[in-house]
Design a protein around this ligand. Sequence first.
Ligand code: UD1
Ligand code: MG
Length: 451
Amino acid sequence: MTASAFAAIVLAAGKGTRMKSARPKVLHPVANRPMIRHVLDAVATLGPARTVVVVAPGMEAVAAAASPASVAIQEEQLGTGHAVMAARPALEGAAIDEILILCGDTPLLTGESLGRLLAERRRRKAGIAVLGMRPPEPGVYGRMIERDGMLEAIVEAKDAAPEVLAVPLCNAGVFAAEATLLWRLLARVDRRNAQGEYYLTDIVGLARGEGVPVVAVEAPHEETAGINSRAELAAAEAAMQQRLRARHMAAGVTLTAPETVFFSADTVLGRDVTIGPFTVFGPGCVVEDGVEILGFCHFTGAVIRVGAIVGPYSRLRPGAEIGEDAHVGNFVEVKASRLGKGAKANHHSYIGDTEIGAKANIGAGTITVNYNGFTKEKTVIGEGAFIGSNSSLVAPVTVGAGAIVGAGSVITRDVAADALALERAPQVEKPGAARAFREKRAAAKAARAKK
Ligand code: UD1
Ligand code: MG
């Protein structure tokens, strides 16, 4: 028997009014990834034949974020059942025998739970399987009415009698259904309910009316919770961070204070990485094996190679590449720059658009002057070069391998390999002048006090 092909339909046309946002709800990020991407990534682990995202007119940004999934436009938001029907034309011509329906606002949903829903529907020979949950506050969720192990109906809270509202099992909004059955039942759904909407949930009662088996499959409420407000977004972020911390620790990363470290969904960490307290990983970071991050750091789009030591208080911005065994210390900012193997920039520096050779030493307070107000320019520092403290390297400029730049220099011209470059006024020394100055000023002060 050939494996059956399923299509996924992700509903995302809702207005998300309670977010009070100009941005479509499903684009709000969790762990720096739009929530709909989390949903699509979970779906992708199951290998759907097609994925369709249902959006409202004008939601081009959602369509872009959903790529390569296809997009269907639901012209008017007439309910979840209507939204699923809007996806149908996008599935035309595909040999699909099963449909998985989800919402774009459940970023914590895992591929495992979705896989279980599909597997349970087939195992129990049901036409439809619906994911259920037991939230502490069932509130506005649809209630799932079970009888003799069958799901008989889903009743929306707004349509429910008090005894139905007392049912703890709620509809998580995820359906797996046999395709032909789904389309047949959806055609029968009407709008005669409290909200005047086409409810997807009505297909459960309709299926049971035809004698088709329907089952509920429970999943942890923490996973299935949908995001409707900024407070729920923050709660999802916290849950996602917990999940990411646990995952990284399980994979061999030491977090000395896990609850203070924040990851992006795409953060990649090697083995035996140690991360001190209060560190934030923005998108696009890769940290290789054995790296030590001493805490209080902020990284975005940075690569840290094997054995490097970074922090405390380091800021690595996009395009920063910290070479093997290199050191980046406190109050050092690195942007679009590469530090070679064993290079060091340990204190108070700005390094931008710079190429630093192996074993070079960048003294405290060194600034690469990469911006003239109009264009960004490059600095090149050769292998083993030594940049004295409080130097400015005015780009474009090259300091050759093994060269030394004297402390406090403003370097505007290239320095040859192994040369010593100094740029500072000659030192003047006047013997005894400090004492003479003190005596004169003290006398003046005393004279003024007498008046
Ligand atoms: C829905 C369920 C409810 C369930 C809850 C779980 C129905 C009738 N009710 O209620 O049983 O407990 O989800 O979160 O299905 N959407 C569209 N087009 C529309 C309407 C909605 O794309 O016309 C999308 C929304 O963007 C959202 C999803 O469908 O992603 C659910 O819509 P929402 O209005 O949040 O449904 P609920 O009223 O919460
Ligand atoms: Mg609603």
